[in-house]
Design a protein around this ligand. Structure first.
Ligand code: GAL
Length: 337
């Protein structure tokens, strides 16, 4: 069928744009420094950015530090010495990573703080993440609606991760007023070292023992720590009886939601975040401005211009829609026989 003249023009134009983008991207070196590959979402972030970089013709140099702040500094020095134009940085330790911003600035390299904010730097850089206070609000609203009265275990993520503070801030907007009223009794309020599931399990075991298993709800900051807590609850025959939050839409989290031992998770589409990071990095490499629509997040020293994507709550009722139909997880993996 003969293509209309307009259609020919459109595909020509698209071809020209793609060629132009490829020309702009060709050989541009971009550095990517990730904190870990322990959690499923970081594995997906890395794969997404590698695929987006390849598609755009970007030379992406990747380094992963397994929750080691000083190693991350050394790895970023290495990336800087390789001649990168932009650094995409997800810090293990928010504050100590500010030295990386210093080193990048001295080398004329632009930085995108990815998912987690680097804090305490007065220098110019961008922040790309999800609305993390909103994540906490979704968790806090859900659990206080489900358990408006009773004894709570409140866990937060790693103390070195600025996100852990933002999630907790959002959740406490719902939990604290009820605690102040005396409806909720917070029997434990702890940050979990390096987001480790085993640490969360230990903390939950301590709280269950100290309160003779009289626990009515658990605020777990992500699916990994929720999994640890559910192990502790299961050992006391309480799995599925005590509502518990999560985050990250991990496969194991989705399976627990279907089985009824975990009550919810938060879906943050890391595919969108990863693709946006490569797009932003390319724009910065080509001296193009980044549209933050005036949004900022404070890093204790300044308001950092930020691009924040939307998180979504996932329960048994909308799991198929949010996670299966979107292609984030596979039906046969979640609904295993
Ligand atoms: C946070 C991240 C969460 C979770 C956690 C553990 O910074 O936003 O999605 O994965 O780290 O790695």
């Amino acid at each position: 069928m003969r293509k209309s003249f307009a259609a020919v023009l459109t595909s020509l134009a698209a071809g020209i744009v793609l060629a132009a983008t490829h020309a702009e991207a060709a050989g541009v070196k971009i550095g990517l420094s990730l904190p870990t590959q322990r959690e499923e979402r970081w594995v997906k972030d890395k794969l997404t950015m590698e695929a987006a970089a390849k598609k755009a013709g970007v030379d992406l140099r990747v380094q992963v530090t397994d929750n080691d702040a000083s190693k991350q500094v050394a790895q970023c020095e290495n990336l800087i010495s390789q001649g990168i134009k932009v650094l995409i940085l997800a810090p293990h330790d928010a504050s100590s990573a500010s030295v990386i911003i210093d080193k990048a600035a001295k080398a004329g390299i632009k930085v995108i703080s990815y998912d987690r904010l680097v804090t305490d730097s007065p220098l110019d850089y961008y922040y790309l993440s999800f609305d993390n206070v909103k994540v906490g609000e979704l968790q806090g609203e859900f659990i206080t609606k489900k358990v408006p009265k009773g004894s709570y275990i409140v866990l937060a993520g790693s103390p070195t991760d600025n996100n852990a503070k933002l999630f907790r801030e959002g959740a406490m907007k719902f939990i604290k007023p009820l605690a102040d009223k005396g409806d909720i009794k917070i029997v434990m309020d702890q940050f979990v070292k390096d987001w480790q599931p085993s640490e969360a399990q230990k903390l939950c075991e301590q709280a269950l023992t100290a309160n003779a298993n009289k626990i009515d709800a658990v605020l777990a900051p992500n699916d990994g720590t929720a999994g640890g807590c559910i192990q502790a609850l299961a050992a006391q025959g309480l799995a599925g009886k005590v509502p518990i939050t999560g985050q990250d839409a991990e496969l194991s989290g989705a399976i627990r939601i279907v089985q009824g031992t975990q009550s919810m998770t938060i879906f943050k589409d890391t595919r969108k975040l990863g693709e946006k990071a490569i797009e932003m990095a390319l724009d910065l490499a080509n001296g193009k401005p980044v549209d933050t629509q005036g949004r900022t997040v404070n890093n204790n020293k300044k308001d950092v211009p930020s691009v924040l994507l939307t998180p979504f709550i996932v329960t048994k009722d909308n799991l198929d829609k949010q996670l299966i139909e979107s292609g984030y997880l596979k039906k046969e993996q979640v609904y295993r026989k």
